[in-house]
Design a protein around this ligand. Structure first.
Ligand code: NAD
Length: 319
């Protein structure tokens, strides 16, 4: 019997391929320097990073049995359509949470200590400009976390223990926790926080919920950090707020459209620290994400229950 075909749309750690290779035929266009086109018709499983998995794409594949997200942000997968077609969608919810939390704090520290400006000055021979690069001391300052889930909680713990920050959180869907003092409204969080860090999924409710009116509530000395999804921010409104000095700076890893175009307003905005969607890409996370996604695919193909289904009802219906 021929091996089941697994389509892997984007690069993954080789250990993920090693797990699949004995049992599956992997089609991975990036291994030969190519980019992913449509899902091959013969695929029974697909593993994706940001590759869009639409209803049409699923319908074009006769025997698709599982969609595995390499990561956690599933806004590129039409989960409702997969569920309607009884296709399990898997994800790796804990695998890169530590990495993203670390990156959110790296962006915070980079802004607070003006690392890029100071380094640039040094390299330009302007050592004596150092008095311009006084840092914003974070100890005792308020960190406002929006979305107190897996990543938000890790950020809260590290900021409290490691940096001595006071942590408040806005998340109407989680109960009180001892990691943060909960606030009842987004407005209260925006107006109290010295650092606002976003950790929500992109949904219809969160799309552009950081906009001109919520930005206007921020303290002029505050920083905004986004390692969640670009679509959560109204980007032109943030660029304008930065231009006008309505906040002290922004540390951003994600963009509404990726990659951002060369004329994207963030690229010329003042006081921004930008990274190219790398928050989840630590050495350890890349191994965990690839191996967990690969193991999940094998579980489904072998009729076993996978560890992390997004739509478990599909598996329950399958008995
Ligand atoms: P999670 O589901 O554990 O936590 C998200 C939290 O947001 C939940 O507690 C939820 O209740 C809360 N939430 C939902 N809607 C909200 C709203 N309207 N207002 C306030 N809170 C709301 O998810 P997670 O694992 O912590 O990941 C968060 C997001 O980070 C992911 O959805 C993903 O988009 C993003 N992410 C980015 C990277 C990266 O490389 N930059 C990597 C991993 C995850």
């Amino acid at each position: 019997m021929s091996k089941p075909v697994v389509f892997i749309s984007e690069p993954i750690n080789p250990l993920g391929l090693e797990i699949l290779a004995p049992y599956c035929h992997c089609i991975a266009p990036w291994l030969d320097g190519g980019i992913a086109g449509e899902i091959p018709e013969e695929a029974t499983a697909i593993m994706v990073r940001t590759y869009p998995v639409t209803a049409d794409r699923m319908d074009a594949v006769a025997n698709l049995q599982v969609v595995a997200k390499h990561g956690v942000g599933i806004d590129n997968i039409d989960v409702e359509a997969a569920t309607a077609r009884a296709i399990p969608v898997l994800w790796t919810p804990e695998a890169n949470a530590d990495a993203v939390a670390q990156h959110a704090l790296a962006l915070t520290l980079g802004l607070a200590n003006q690392l890029l400006r100071a380094e640039k000055a040094l390299r330009a021979g302007q050592f004596l400009d150092r008095l311009e690069f006084a840092s914003t001391e974070l100890t005792g300052r308020v960190l406002g976390i929006i979305g107190l889930g897996r990543i938000g909680k890790r950020v809260a713990r590290r900021a409290t223990v490691g940096l001595g920050m006071e942590v408040i959180a806005y998340d109407p869907y989680v109960d009180e926790s001892d990691l943060a003092a909960h606030v009842d409204s987004l407005g209260e969080l925006m107006s109290r926080a010295d650092v606002v860090s976003l950790h929500v999924p992109l949904t219809e409710e969160t799309r552009r919920f950081i906009n001109a009116s919520t930005l206007a509530q921020m303290k002029p000395g505050a920083f905004l950090i986004n390692t969640s999804r670009g679509g959560v921010i109204d980007e032109p409104a943030l660029a304008l707020a930065l231009d006008q000095g309505a906040l002290a700076g922004a540390g951003l890893d994600v963009y509404a459209d990726e990659p951002p175009t060369p004329d994207h307003p963030f690229l010329s905005a003042p006081r921004v620290l930008l990274t190219p969607h790398v928050a989840g890409l630590s050495d350890q996370a890349l191994v965990r994400v690839a191996t967990e996604a690969a193991e999940g695919i094998l579980d489904v193909l072998n009729g076993h229950r996978p560890a992390s289904p997004v739509n478990p009802q599909v598996l329950e219906n399958a008995g």
